[in-house]
Design a binder for this molecule. Structure first.
Ligand SMILES: [Zn+2]
Length: 115
């Protein structure tokens, strides 16, 4: 038996024994908020879209694909917004109410969330 050292992406479950492979991966990992990808985006959050059908981009930045084919997710998207804005929020609103406000795109509401 041999003991090995492996490296894990800080953002997803990817593991590799080669440190530089993981280092390179992390820079483009879809779960790294810095890549502004669907995986961490508020507008792609199942929390919001669950009620209106299959998971999709609420801003229409990800095109609907025919059933059975793989969805092409975005990265480095200009409209990306951190979904933590939603999950970090103390819920003095109930979830439905908050979803409604988010989906309405009320600019003032977003400013308040960011503070
Ligand atoms: Zn990763």
């Amino acid at each position: 038996m041999e003991q090995i050292t492996a490296y894990k992406c800080s953002f997803c479950k990817k593991i590799n024994t080669n440190k530089s492979t993981i280092k390179t991966h992390e820079k483009k990992c879809f779960f790294n908020p810095e890549t502004k990808s669907c995986a961490t985006c508020l507008w792609f959050s199942p929390l919001i879209v669950e009620s209106v059908g299959p998971t999709r981009c609420f801003l229409g930045k990800v095109k609907e694909v025919p059933e059975g084919s793989k969805m092409q997710l975005n990265t480095q998207c200009n409209n990306w917004m951190d979904q933590k804005i939603y999950s970090n929020q103390e819920t003095y609103y109930n979830d439905d109410e908050m979803e409604e406000k988010l989906v309405s795109g009320d600019v003032e509401y977003f400013k308040a969330l960011k503070n």
